[in-house]
Design a protein around this ligand. Structure first.
Ligand code: NAD
Length: 435
């Protein structure tokens, strides 16, 4: 099949590359000239494990091309994916301006029956709006399908090539056939393609992300209570995660969720609820608890340094909102670093992938080439991302580099017994403080 993908970010580039890998002819379109130039030169503008191998192969074999020209990009395409940003608007709703702009542009240039697939996360009713925007100027038959994306950054290629399920919202039998053909190579092991109407598909994506955010947040509140009652949240996790009704994933307590999806999607679903006159109380609690959780370690750091961080140097390990990505959108590290700077501290940081992205936002901190370099002469270490390389560091070396052997760990990377034996002052989430 011939496909076009409009929007070549995390989702668009993975979608385009993976569908090229299954033998389709794919053109990726973006308005970001610099991004398209880099892609044409064979450079991948994001960090996503495993993407490079597929990208190189499909570019070399001529199945994956790039353009800034929408009309040229969609020429002959049976299917057009929209993988455009849907950032939160001022009122928390998903801003549809990017999607509706492309929908407006598509109307007059469609030249044959086309299935336009909404891959962006969009509120209920968007497929109808896109349909109407295209129909204003279209002269041919087309269908708009909702096909929300569930990939996780960091394992996006694997998620895309072997999805747990594919959700497709369409009431058109013709579009359904196209979608079945497109996804057949990815669901050969029997993982379902679940067809439903457009509104239900749009709602499914928000329900999935909100439920995961709720699960994380619930566990964070359990952790907060564990600290007060003297229980260990790691044991609680093992104790409840083995119950198949609960499941063992998304139960790790920590310093709150971030990223480009959970915060905005929870907010957008809450806004949709308000618009329909429904007070979605659990969602509102999730947002409020997560905001507090992200700042949870700061008062402990202040108290440790007797209320003043002036002249102190705090080392930070981890900037990305989670490991295996360079994505820093809504990452807890950023808010914490800003608060440390405001309190008069100096900050030295290390992250294996995300430092270039943070440099553009917070140039005034010290970026180090290794995790250990960030510790040199620092008064304490704070950890915000569970990169595997932070899990088994050389603690003796850390103890020598740090002025004081103190760690504020937002990701519960280390065992309490181990830290006790090594003589570290150690604060984590939902576990006894070693002080
Ligand atoms: P992104 O910001 O990485 O990429 C969006 C791209 O669209 C950018 O390259 C931008 O230049 C381009 N763009 C903007 N206007 C355009 C236009 N008029 N024509 C062509 N290109 C244009 O965003 P993303 O993370 O890929 O997310 C895209 C959508 O997918 C969002 O709705 C998001 O919620 C959803 N989603 C994201 C993830 C994820 O993990 N990132 C997962 C599932 C769903």
């Amino acid at each position: 099949m011939k496909l076009a993908v409009v929007g070549t970010g995390y989702v668009g580039l993975v979608t385009g590359t993976c569908f090229a890998e299954t033998g389709n002819q794919v053109t990726c379109v973006d308005i970001d000239v610099n991004k398209i130039e880099r892609l044409k030169k064979g450079e991948i503008p994001i960090f996503e494990p495993g993407l490079d191998v597929l990208f190189d192969r499909n570019v070399a074999e001529g199945r994956l091309t790039f353009t800034t020209d929408l009309k040229a990009g969609i020429e002959g395409a049976e299917v057009i994916f929209l993988a455009l940003p849907t950032p939160p608007g001022e009122d928390g709703s998903a801003d549809l301006k990017y999607i509706l702009k492309v929908a407006d542009d598509l109307g007059p240039i469609l030249s044959q029956y086309t299935v336009i697939i909404d891959k962006s996360t969009v509120p209920v009713g968007t497929a109808e709006k896109v349909q109407a925007a295209i129909a204003k100027n279209a002269t041919i038959d087309f269908d708009v399908v909702s096909n929300p994306e569930f990939l996780r950054e960091g394992v996006a290629v694997e998620d895309f090539m072997k999805p747990d399920r594919v959700v497709v919202g369409t009431t058109s039998a013709k579009a359904q056939k196209v979608m079945e053909k497109l996804y057949a190579p990815l669901v050969r092991q029997g993982n379902p393609v679940i067809f439903m109407d457009e509104r239900s598909a749009e709602m499914t994506k928000y329900a999935a992300n909100s439920f995961l955010a709720l699960k994380i947040t619930f566990m964070n509140e359990v952790a907060n209570l564990c600290e007060l009652v003297g229980a260990n949240v790691d044991d609680i996790r093992r104790g409840i995660g083995t119950d198949s009704r609960i499941g063992n994933r998304f139960l790790f307590a920590g310093i709150g969720y971030g990223g480009s999806c959970f915060p905005k999607d929870v907010q957008a679903l809450a806004k949709t609820s308000d618009d329909y006159g429904y007070d979605f109380r659990t969602l509102k609690s999730v947002m409020a608890v997560n905001d507090d959780q992200k700042k949870k370690l700061l008062p402990i750091v202040h108290e440790y340094f007797d209320g003043s961080l002036a002249g102190k140097t705090i080392a930070v390990w981890g900037l990305a909102f989670k490991p295996y990505t360079d994505d820093i959108r809504e990452a807890p590290a950023l808010e914490n670093i800003k608060a440390l700077l405001e309190a008069g501290a100096k900050v030295t940081v290390y992250d294996p992938e995300a430092m270039e992205n943070v440099k553009r936002l917070i140039p005034e901190i010290t970026y180090c080439h290794t995790a250990y370099a960030a510790l040199d002469d620092a008064d304490a270490l704070m950890i915000f991302t569970e990169w595997p390389q932070f899990r088994t560091p050389d603690f003796t070396k850390m103890g020598k580099l740090l002025k004081e052997k103190v760690i504020f760990d937002g990701r519960n990377l280390y065992e309490l017994d181990q830290m006790r034996d090594l003589g570290f002052t150690y604060y984590s989430i939902g576990r006894e403080a070693l002080n």
